[in-house]
Design a protein around this ligand. Structure first.
Ligand SMILES: [Zn+2]
Length: 448
């Protein structure tokens, strides 16, 4: 099949006006100018998308699909009460309800042009939803544990959950581990998980340097995290000896910085620390909307890019964003950097589109397969209409994608050459009544 459109963005080469992409057996066969491609493949069926932009399927590298049903449930809490509320409400849901929630998130991703995801799950439901929807990516099994007396139990539960995820997985999904954060996972547990991951080449993801409270917990052993642990567990003194280091210094001190590690947030991080992370080829998930909505601050994306770090974009969960939409994340991400630095070219539209595609793929270790439109890569792509008044005229397709297009303009999403979403309809997925059934969960959550 040949897909043609007014613009094709291969990402690793210049934008092509009147472009075409040849898709064959789930792979990209060729990318080029429409006339040339149609001449070279005279037998192929041509599907003309008209006034549209074809780009690689986008990669949302940090989500928690399990929490989609908590979208907008609590919009104004600061971080600590917010996370307490999230844990309380999400734990009250049955496994079937969490699966429904995760399926809702998976549908949102497909309908907004996302074909690959880096998702963190405590329940395994998001992996099932990813398999159900055909999404590609990495699903990380989340783990918590500050009590070292229970470390053996925690590790054996984790091994079992990890094995279960692998069994439920398919060839499009790999399985990783996610020690939640340095304030919720003890140093010994963190060391154990990291050495296990290193021995077996398992991808790791961890929230880091998200809040000022995390900083004071690590540096001084004080602040709301310390108070919460004392109150929650009833310890006179929490069994936590603060390292007296920043979050990044702490991981460096534990000797667990590796190219297999994806760090999420890095809001409370100094410039030199980005250089340190780059030396170890650590990957970063930038989640500007979630950070802004929770009032935790602004991660310095420009400094990360100056340090040549591999950074992708993540929305985080619908409980803190409230959407999984990378169009909105791209626009907000660019504008926030510019406003914060009072600099009109702090980050460009083209740079942020790269973050949402090839860089995200690289951060998940998938750049050999996806992230750009290139012969030999998987035919994972999306197309966005630009024929509506709000998107016209288009001088620069990158500008249109970031500043004017929205996820509602997505007209096609394809994974491995298969149309999974087209013109408002999901294809090859038994959608059932996922959206209608969500009301059951909202009724239940409302009463908690
Ligand atoms: Zn997160």
């Amino acid at each position: 099949m040949i897909l043609t459109a007014q613009w094709v963005l291969p990402i690793e080469r210049e934008a092509i006006s009147n472009g075409a992409v040849v898709v064959e057996d789930g792979y990209i066969e060729a990318v080029g100018h429409k006339d040339e491609i149609v001449d070279n493949y005279p037998e192929e069926e041509v599907k003309d998308l008209g006034s549209a932009i074809i780009l690689p399927g986008m990669v949302n590298i940090h989500t928690h699909l399990d929490y989609t049903a908590l979208r907008g449930e609590n919009d104004n809490l600061p971080f600590l009460p917010w996370i307490g509320n999230l844990v309380h409400k999400s734990r009250a849901l049955t496994q079937d309800e969490v699966l429904l929630s995760a399926k809702l998130g998976a549908l949102e991703l497909l309908a907004s042009g996302v074909t690959a995801v880096g998702d963190t799950t405590a329940t395994g439901a998001s992996l099932q939803a990813a398999v159900w929807s055909g999404l590609r990516g990495v699903v990380y099994q989340e783990v918590f544990g500050m009590d070292d007396e229970k470390i053996d139990e925690t590790l054996s539960d984790l091994e079992e959950n990890f094995r279960n995820l692998k069994e439920d997985s398919n060839s499009r999904l790999s399985v990783g581990l996610s020690p939640h954060a340095p304030y919720s996972v003890s140093r010994w547990l963190l060391k154990e998980i990291s050495s296990w991951a290193e021995q077996e080449g398992i991808p790791l993801s961890m929230h880091l340097a998200e809040t000022e409270e995390e900083l004071s917990f690590l540096k001084e052993g004080t602040g709301p995290f310390a108070t919460t642990y004392r109150q929650a567990v009833g310890w006179e003194d929490i069994p936590w000896q603060e390292p007296g280091l920043s979050p990044v210094e702490y991981l460096a001190d534990l000797d667990i910085l590796t190219e297999n590690l994806l760090l999420v947030h890095l809001v409370q991080t100094e410039r030199e620390e980005f250089d340190l992370l780059q030396q170890f080829d650590v990957k970063v998930a930038h989640c500007p909307k979630s950070n802004a909505k929770l009032g935790t601050g602004i991660a310095d994306l420009s400094a990360m890019l100056d340090s040549d770090l591999t950074v992708g974009l993540g929305t985080d969960s619908a409980a803190s964003n409230n959407s999984l939409d990378l169009f909105s994340e791209m626009e907000f991400g660019v504008l926030l950097q510019r406003a914060n630095q009072k600099k009109a070219d702090a980050v460009t539209a083209e740079e942020i589109v790269r973050l949402a595609t090839i860089k995200g793929a690289e951060a998940l270790g998938l750049d050999e397969e996806i992230g750009s439109l290139k012969p030999g890569k998987k035919a994972d792509l999306t197309a966005v209409r630009i024929d509506n008044p709000a998107n016209q005229p288009v001088y620069d397709p990158y500008s249109a994608l970031v500043y004017t297009a929205s996820s509602r303009d997505v007209i096609l999403t394809m994974i491995a050459g298969e149309e999974v979403y087209e013109a408002g309809e999901f294809k090859n997925i038994i959608v059932d009544d996922v959206v209608a059934k969500i009301d059951w969960i909202t009724d239940k959550v409302d009463k908690l």
